[in-house]
Design a protein around this ligand. Structure first.
Ligand code: MN
Length: 287
């Protein structure tokens, strides 16, 4: 059986959103247009050199039932939680935070001349792991393999396998691929994405043709979310412009989603329980 190329199922234009204490960002998953893309619940893109767009940050807030993945391209985000964890995510670094049963944290972009740019992705947890112990994987830029492929593309591989390399993020229920792909002009990029995985590309620089030469081929300008249909392989090519995109895939859960702000559970009762525990001060679980 030959490998079936994935075609473009949908293109979503990111929507401007104000989040946290007043951070301006572009949201492409987790909106009225695209509520969820199982197992992905939210994708935010922040990019500004105007302090008014980001300095208010994301003061103390809870999460339960999900993983939040923060990838910084420019600037720095400091974080601190009520379990005593704290640190800083700088340019090229990534934090994969499994909130599980509950964390309370703050995420504060730092004022810098270069501003801030990056992404936050929310990945759902299966029912059996929603109340798991919180876990952080903090990956420094230097520990992310940079693959220079024969087709001319450069891939920073954060999770999953490609070209015999493996990204440093491990032990994630969704079995994700998370790659930052750069194409110079005149490049044809193709790679395998396992059949059955939900997959999308988030084009954040330049322009490119997705699924070129196939029915449903699309010429896309950044910023845009491109959702792939099912299949075995994705193809992207550039002409006179370069392109840079996140290529992300994950195993869908096919479970009920009950969502209320930073809590994502399976049932309304579990959401009500989280709200009650937050009010009563029993939200954070000890060891
Ligand atoms: Mn958060």
């Amino acid at each position: 059986m030959s490998a079936q190329p994935r075609s473009v199922e949908r293109i979503v234009e990111p929507e401007p959103v104000v989040e946290g204490a007043g951070v301006r960002l572009k949201r492409s998953i987790g909106t009225g247009t695209l509520d969820t893309l199982d197992p992905f619940l939210l994708l935010d893109h922040f990019a500004s050199s105007n302090p008014e767009d980001y300095e208010a940050g994301f003061p103390l807030h809870p999460h339960r039932g999900i993983e939040t993945v923060t990838y910084v391209l420019v600037g720095e985000v400091r974080h601190k939680d009520t379990l005593g964890n704290s640190g800083s995510i700088g340019a090229g670094d990534l934090q994969w935070m499994t909130a599980g049963g509950g964390i309370m944290h703050e995420e504060m972009p730092q004022l810098r001349p270069e501003g801030i740019a990056g992404f936050q992705l929310w990945v759902n947890l299966p029912a059996r792991l929603k109340m798991t112990t919180p876990r952080y994987q903090e990956i420094r830029s230097r520990d992310i393999p940079e693959i220079h492929r024969p087709d001319g593309s450069t891939v920073r591989l954060i999770a999953g396998a490609m070209n015999g390399a493996r990204g440093p993020i491990s032990g994630i229920a969704a079995n994700p691929v998370y790659a930052d792909v750069g194409l110079p002009p005149g490049t044809s990029f193709a790679c395998n994405v396992s059949r059955g995985q939900t997959a999308f590309a988030y084009l954040f620089e330049g322009q490119a043709a997705f699924a070129p030469g196939q029915a449903g081929a699309a010429d896309v300008r950044s910023p845009a979310l491109v959702v792939w249909s099912d299949g075995d392989r994705v193809q992207v090519s550039t002409a006179e412009h370069p392109a840079r995109f996140l290529l992300i895939s994950g195993r869908p859960l096919h479970e009920p989603v009950a969502r209320y702000g930073p809590f994502v559970m399976n049932t309304r009762q579990e959401i009500e329980q989280a709200i009650r525990e937050l009010r009563e001060g029993t939200f954070i679980k000890g060891d």
